[in-house]
Ligand binder design. Sequence first.
Ligand SMILES: Nc1ncnc2c1ncn2[C@@H]1O[C@H](COP(=O)(O)OP(=O)(O)OP(=O)(O)O)[C@@H](O)[C@H]1O
Ligand SMILES: [Mg+2]
Length: 228
Amino acid sequence: MSETILKAHNIFKSFDSPNGKIEVLKGVFLELKKGEKIIIQGPSGSGKTTLLMILSLLDKPDKGKIFYKEIEVFWAENKFVSKLRNEKFGFIFQFYNLINELNALENVMVPLLIKGMNFKDARKKAEEYLELVGLYSRRFSFPTQLSGGEEQRVAIARALVNEPEIIFADEPTGNLDEKNAMKIMNLLFELVDKNGVSLIMVSHNPYWLKYFNKGFYLANGKLNEIEV
Ligand SMILES: Nc1ncnc2c1ncn2[C@@H]1O[C@H](COP(=O)(O)OP(=O)(O)OP(=O)(O)O)[C@@H](O)[C@H]1O
Ligand SMILES: [Mg+2]
C-alpha cells in the first residue's frame, strides 16, 4: 500500500456574496496516495476550483484540516506552507495566471528562481519543459501574444518544471484541441507513472475517467465517489 501524501478532513468553505453567504464546501473528505490519479467532476459553481485551491494550500478552509504526509498544515506557518507550495506542488490554474510582464520562458523560470536555482540552470530547465509542451519556439512571446491554448501549455510547463510531488490541475485541457489535449494528458500520466507523482484533476470531460484510479462528483458541498 503506498503512502498517503495528502489528506483533507471535513473541509468547510463559504464565501460572502451580494446575495448572502454561499456555503460551497460542506464537509469534504479526500485522501490522495503517492502515485495516485484522482479526477473530480461536478456542475459549474459546485466548488471544484475552491476545493483545489484549499487542497493545494492556496486558500484556507473555514473549518477542517489538511495533512501533508500525516503532518497537519497550519496556515500560520508561512514558511512551511510556501515551501510546500513552491517545491512540492504544481498547480495548473483554470485561468492560467501567467505573469503578463514576463515572457513564456521567464514565466516557467519563476518557480525555479524562487527555489534558488541559478539563472543559467533555470533557463535550461525551463526551455526543456517548454519543449515538452511544444512551445520552445514561442519562448520569447508574452502571454498577450499567445492563444488561450498556448497560454495553458505555458502554465502547464510552469507547474511541472519543479518536478512536483503533487500536480493539481483545474481543467488543464479546457482550451486545447484534441491533439494537444492528448499530448498534455499523456505528459501528465507519464510523470505519474514514471516518477510516482500524484495527480488531482478537475475535468468536465468524461472521456478521461478511465485513466484515473478514483473519481469523485462534487455536489451540494460534498464529494461522492463515482465509478471510473
Ligand atoms: N473569492 C470568492 N468570493 C465569492 N464567491 C466565490 C469566490 N470564489 C468562488 N466563489 C463562489 O463559490 C462557488 C464555487 O466556485 P468555484 O469556482 O469553486 O466553482 P467550480 O466548480 O470551479 O465552477 P466551474 O466549473 O465553473 O469552474 C461559486 O458560486 C462562486 O461564485
Ligand atoms: Mg472552476
